[in-house]
Design a protein around this ligand. Structure first.
Ligand SMILES: *Cc1c(COP(=O)(O)O)cnc(C)c1O
Length: 395
């Protein structure tokens, strides 16, 4: 065993690099979070003054107040922290469904939505998208699928899930319309906001979502792993159900511990401390979402000047996650001895990280939180690479 390889672990990304990795933009720590990370980096560091057996009830540091402030920020009744968005989705499914039940979800849902259903032994019915190039989800299709499930199984689905912004095309779904349909049918709705809350304004009540699931390491400038499960008061008693078990021999009971959150969710150090420290910035930054979208639209306009480059998904962009089809880059990659890696290497030379190595046929990037100067620099870099490899670029 060579233990030397664990010495001086480095990420290999210098400070002067521009990272456009879709999953990493919204999770970049704020300066305040970096300080909190040093202060609370030790294991169970927020448990010094825990008297109520749960992390959301700790008063020093002020997590109890923070829990209520997050609920206000999202306009929901109750909030808990989870080990990520996937844990939040799993926990809702686990507490309000029975094995063999059917749920309806959009066909752009994240793999962790499907795995949550699988782990809870649920049948999944998908709402189709419109396919290439828009990949649009029509809200009316939820009503159709509800009827279909009822015809086939005799019952309405027990739960619906909508991905607010999907991770492939960065499409913003019409959550309010889906929320309205779910209310009409009396089917509870999970709005999966992994790519929306924390970067853009989201109001659960306005969108008629019974649950929100959030990813704070993706979109709230926090260290992993941490997510949020938000629920309306109608459902909170069920999803935040407490332990009723008593040990016959030990005589112990755990009646404050919430079962689907593992009693106390495993966020009691760097994750909750960094999330809290970034919160004032997050509250402020969602107000500037329009400007972020303008940068994304500008980027698309510029990169589409390259011959054969086309943004797919909703157009114009309503989110900063951008999916680009690039057959012209792919053709270059075919001739290049470095194959698909040519794009990765060319970008790296220009200090741009985050386009997956080996990808050239299509790729995703996220401009969230980049300055105008950086967005322009990245767009120019792509054009420069195209010209260098003989691809035409409109002036
Ligand atoms: C990233 C992502 C997830 C997973 O989030 P975690 O917090 O890492 O569990 C779930 N759903 C969507 C739509 C995502 O983009």
């Amino acid at each position: 065993m060579d233990l030397n390889k664990y010495k001086n672990l480095k990420r290999g990304i210098q400070d002067n690099y521009i990272n456009v990795n879709p999953i990493q933009r919204g999770g970049v720590l704020t300066g305040e979070a970096r300080k909190a990370l040093l202060e609370f980096g030790d294991g169970y560091s927020v448990c010094d003054y825990c008297f109520d057996s749960r992390v959301d009830l700790v008063q020093k540091p002020p997590i109890r107040d923070f829990t209520m402030d997050v609920a206000k920020f999202l306009n929901v009744d109750e909030v808990r922290f989870t080990a990520g968005c996937r844990h939040a989705m799993w926990a809702i499914m686990h507490t309000i469904t029975e094995p063999g039940n059917t749920i309806v979800l959009d066909s752009l849902a994240h793999y962790t939505s499907y795995l949550g259903a699988e782990a809870n032994r649920l049948d999944v019915v998908e709402v189709p998208h419109t396919g290439h190039p828009m990949f649009h989800i029509d809200p009316e299709m939820y009503a159709q699928k509800f009827e279909e499930v009822k015809r086939h199984t005799g019952n309405l689905p027990v739960l619906a899930l909508l991905t607010h912004v999907d991770s492939r095309y960065g499409n913003l779904a019409n959550a309010e319309a889906v929320g309205k349909i779910c209310k009409q049918y009396g089917v509870p709705l999970i709005l999966n906001t992994a790519y929306s809350t924390g970067v853009m304004p989201v109001d659960a009540k306005k969108l008629r979502a019974d649950f929100l699931t959030c990813s704070c390491h993706k979109s709230w400038a926090a260290s992993a792993p941490i997510g949020i499960l938000a629920a309306s008061s109608e459902w909170s008693y069920k999803v935040f159900g407490k332990s009723r078990i008593t040990g016959d021999w030990s005589g112990c009971s755990f009646n404050k511990k919430e079962v689907a959150l593992f009693g106390c969710p495993p966020v009691f150090g760097a994750p909750i401390a960094t999330l809290m420290a970034s919160f004032p910035t997050v509250v402020e930054r969602v107000k500037h979402w329009d400007e972020e979208v303008r940068k994304a639209c500008y980027f698309v306009g510029e990169i589409e000047k390259i011959d054969g480059i086309c943004q797919i998904g909703h157009k114009p962009k309503q989110h900063t996650l951008i999916n680009i089809e690039s057959p012209s880059f792919h053709a270059v990659a075919g001739k290049d001895r470095r194959k698909g890696y040519f794009l990765y290497r060319e970008l790296k030379k220009r200090r741009i990280m985050g386009v997956r190595p080996g990808m050239s046929k299509s790729f995703e990037i996220n401009t969230y939180g980049l300055s105008w100067e950086q967005v322009k620099y990245v767009a120019e870099a792509f054009k420069d690479i195209a010209l260098k490899h003989g691809i035409c670029v409109e002036p």
